[in-house]
Design a protein around this ligand. Structure first.
Ligand code: Q9C
Ligand code: ZN
Length: 347
């Protein structure tokens, strides 16, 4: 499929009779079947925080907004995973998942022999299909944007931004946002920008596009000197080869509040504007909220509305893909304010 056939460009934003903007939010019921139980954290087994409520509360809260429609994604073929991931990774996952009894969790051996880089991302019998559903959620929302809606939001779970071509981790199996970027490009070199607002550095997304000048990747995140994933996200990482200058990292200190966050965001948005993408993908993690149990920023509910309005001022076609956010109540409030900001700026 070429980019030209993919992009049926309609010039209007879909509105109701009052002229208020309408936006589709894509959510798969089958994310309820993705039930990682544990993770190994600092040598202790603890409850895995990627629970269905993260998305269920968010969906519930968004569905109460005027102008929001919750849409069931369509299924995409497994071959779309190969736009980003290597077939060995897929084969390994299938082999591992198929071998598991329905109630068993497999924890990859992270010290060099397996294809997960941490102990937070267990495999269960249905992990491959659950992670493919999450990709389908992102791709269905992408289709919605390509079909003429300026913004769409994919409530993808499991998240994706820590997953690279041949390895997963950080609760991520397949990189939803990266696959959407490649799907959009089709066989062309269409310019895409990925802006990652999850608290954690998008090590997978960065790795996938590190030498690629067609996908400009920018992230705001907790300082990797102190915070997961520790190995990447420093300012000096700016891409390599032809991709030099097409990766931008803005690490921010523990406790960062809305004011400093939005200043950093404006720097990121300026760089995106200069790049001039044909599609903007937002990897939206709400673990930047002050009440998040894992993230360590201090954003409050209203900050998310400002953040969305700043992003919308770029006037780009925008796909929002959900990433982290581990206090379901706070995450739902944050995402709802974000969507209010989106609706306010395009109505
Ligand atoms: N003591 C996402 O937000 N645990 N993944 C770090 C540090 C892993 C987060 C614990 C956090 C992964 C998509
Ligand atoms: Zn995160």
């Amino acid at each position: 499929m070429t980019n030209a056939t993919l992009r049926v460009k309609l010039d209007s934003i879909r509105c109701n009779e009052e002229g208020d903007m309408l936006m589709n939010v894509f959510c798969h019921n089958r994310h309820l079947l993705h039930l990682p139980r544990r993770e190994l954290e600092d040598g202790e087994w603890v409850e895995n925080p990627d629970k269905p409520d993260r998305i269920e509360l968010l969906k519930q809260s968004l569905s109460e907004l005027d102008g929001i429609e919750i849409v069931h994604p369509r299924d995409f073929d497994e071959s779309t995973l190969l736009l980003v991931h290597d077939s060995e990774y897929l084969g390994w996952m299938r082999m591992r998942c198929d071998a598991l009894a329905p109630d068993k969790e497999y924890f990859p051996e992270v010290f060099g022999y397996d294809r997960m880089f941490d102990t937070g991302t267990p495999l269960m019998k249905n992990s491959l299909s659950a992670a493919l559903d999450s990709v389908s959620t992102a791709l269905s929302a992408l289709e919605d944007v390509v079909n003429g809606n300026r913004v769409a939001y994919a409530l993808s779970r499991p998240p994706g931004h820590h997953a690279s071509k041949g390895i997963g981790g950080g609760y991520c199996y397949f990189n939803n946002a990266a696959i959407a970027a490649r799907y959009f490009q089709g066989t062309t070199a269409a310019r895409v920008s990925i802006l990652d607002l999850d608290f954690h550095h998008f090590n997978g997304t960065q790795d996938i596009f590190y030498d690629d000048p067609t996908v400009f990747c920018v992230s705001l995140h907790g300082d990797p000197k102190v915070h997961y994933p520790w190995i990447s996200g420093f300012e000096k990482e700016t891409g390599e080869g032809e991709g030099k200058g097409y990766t931008m990292n803005i690490p921010l200190p523990t406790g960062t509040e809305g004011k400093e966050y939005k200043e950093a965001l404006e720097r990121a948005l300026l760089a995106i504007e200069n790049f001039g993408p044909e599609l903007l993908i937002i990897s939206l993690g709400t673990d930047t909220h002050a009440e998040d149990p894992i993230g360590a920023f201090s954003l409050v509910d209203e900050d998310y509305e400002d953040v969305a309005m700043l992003i919308m001022s770029l006037n780009l076609e925008t796909l929002i893909v959900h990433e982290g956010g581990y206090n379901p109540q706070a995450s739902a409030r944050a995402a709802t304010r974000f969507v209010k900001g989106v609706l306010a700026s395009t109505g």
